[in-house]
Design a protein around this ligand. Structure first.
Ligand code: BEZ
Length: 254
């Protein structure tokens, strides 16, 4: 995960749905015993361990020192390394590369696809899920409105989430020698646990929007954003995040 100060405890305690939903992507990957697999942006290693349990020979990489430290402590039997998704290379190529809930953090998508391609065997597979077109759109709109109306319009450009459409991302993969076997875009409104609110989500994931703003002001802005979102992202006493996912399975052909 890129350029972000990750709080691995907050991630595990309040936002574990991010990696739990990834279990379906592991099914799409369909890891086989003895296969060599890379988990790109492994975070705290939950899904890396699922892949490991299939009997595959898996390595997890993540750019966050904090996440890798936590992953190594929890799963000492697995090999984890600190590496950037835009700058990795493995001489011994992989049968498959897996990635869950990571690629939307990385606007340099071509660099990522090139690294993936360079580290895959011929006919190796790439199975991934991340934020697709219009992901968290209510939240993005509310943040923008509140930042603008409070004199922080310049902070909007700090954000660089990448949420492509299926068409855009499939075309990019094809351009770089992949055969896209499966691609889907779907809604996944996700309820936060009772007692966890949008402020907690913003604290965990929305950091760049608030960089440079002092902490009291930030809390005030987050409260205003939450108030705005009550009309769209709050139901039966619980907050939900308007996630849209893109899921792909592609084979490296050249
Ligand atoms: C996502 O998983 O879609 C996501 C997470 C944090 C920020 C933006 C999107």
């Amino acid at each position: 995960m890129i350029n972000y100060n990750w709080n691995s405890n907050l991630y595990i305690s309040k936002h574990s749905y991010v990696f739990k939903y990834g279990e379906d992507v592991v099914k799409l990957l369909n890891p086989q015993k003895g296969e060599k697999i890379l988990d790109l942006g492994c975070g705290t290693g939950y899904l890396t361990n699922l892949i490991y349990e299939s009997g595959a020979n898996v390595i997890g990489i993540d750019s966050s020192e904090e996440m890798i430290k936590q992953a190594k402590q929890t799963y000492p039997q697995i090999n984890f390394e600190i590496k950037e998704a835009t700058n990795f290379y493995f001489k011994n190529k992989f049968d498959a590369i897996f990635s869950n809930a990571v690629l939307h953090w990385i606007p340099e998508k071509v660099k990522v696809i090139k690294c993936i391609s360079d580290s895959l065997k011929h006919r190796g597979r790439f199975a991934a899920e991340f934020g697709g077109k219009n992901n968290v759109q209510n939240i993005v709109s509310a943040i923008s409105e509140i930042l603008i109306s409070n004199g922080y319009a310049k902070n909007i450009k700090n954000n660089n989430w990448y949420f492509p459409s299926v068409g855009e991302y499939s075309a990019l993969l094809e351009k770089h020698g992949f055969d896209v076997q499966f691609a889907s875009h779907f809604n996944r409104d996700t309820f936060l646990d009772k007692g966890v609110d949008i402020k907690s989500w913003l604290e965990m994931f929305g950091g760049k929007y608030f960089s440079g703003i002092d902490s009291n002001k930030k809390i005030e802005l987050q409260k205003l954003i939450m108030k705005k979102l009550k009309a769209t992202n709050y139901l039966n006493g619980k907050w939900f995040i308007d996630y849209k996912r893109i899921r792909v399975l592609a084979i490296k052909e050249s």
